[in-house]
Design a protein around this ligand. Sequence first.
Ligand code: LMR
Length: 328
Amino acid sequence: TAAAIAALALGAMTGAATAACDDGEVVIKFSHVTNTDKHPKGIAASLLSERVNEEMDGKACMEVFPNSTLYDDNKVLEALLQGDVQLAAPSLSKFEAFTKKYRMFDLPFMFKNIDAVDAFQNSEAGQAMKDTMQRRGLQGLAFWHNGMKQMSANKPLLVPSDAEGLRFRVQSSDVLVAQMEAIGGIPQKMAFSEVYGALQQGVVDGQENTWSNIYGKKFFEVQDGITETNHGVIDYMVVTSTEWLDSLDEDVREQFLTILEEVTKTRNAESYEVNQAARQAIIDAGGEVRELTPEQRQEWVDAMKPVWEQFAEDVGQENIDAAQEINA
Ligand code: LMR
């Protein structure tokens, strides 16, 4: 059909995995912003669409639009509410307009590694976070992992004072603004799709991100080097609209949620390895990776951790305590 041909043409243009949906199938459009390979979210999204298209053939089909080809993260939640897409997986930093609870995940040095993040998310308090936006029409379905964040700039960063006066791109999160101010930086909120150009043109001097994002979007090519700080986390909420989820036949909904749960388990278990592979790929491509001595790392902790106090009320002291217990 003409629609199928148009869908294929769009797929070729955007690199999206188009399924050429059949009549009568529930269409699930999944919009995200990262690359597709060597990336925890990209790989998980591809696996999810493969499984839905195979196992739910005749009932549902999924098209994935990666690399911000359809929406930026600051538009995609509205698009979900409008019914223009059915699935998204923005980082937890991008939900500020809908909930302040996710600020927990942006607080620097809150979690010692991705296993600690996983344990917190799987606690009762973590699981309840999936439901905190229901009254705003959004339903969280699953936490997907990316990994720990690293710092980069157009000059070497070994101690926080190296960041003094530098402009840093941050995601749209006030916690991250406070974090960069705490080290004397000048934070600038910016969409992910604009970061490479902004670094290249000197609109900003530095940024923070995971190995897979720094590799996938080639930030290392336009930075002096990457400092292995592991100071924070980028993780995702796979999210849909309550209205769309409620509109599904029960068997379709159950099968879809089961596949999503299985993909989540499988891919979250691999996220660390995917990031370590991206770290190595950066080095292989000639990127500079700087490791910190314990003393240098402690300086970053001391400079950034006071930010917790500013946001303790939003995230709940009991959650901070629970996270620290998991780290111990
Ligand atoms: C960012 O904006 O840096 C990240 O949230 C991008 C992503 O989806 O990992």
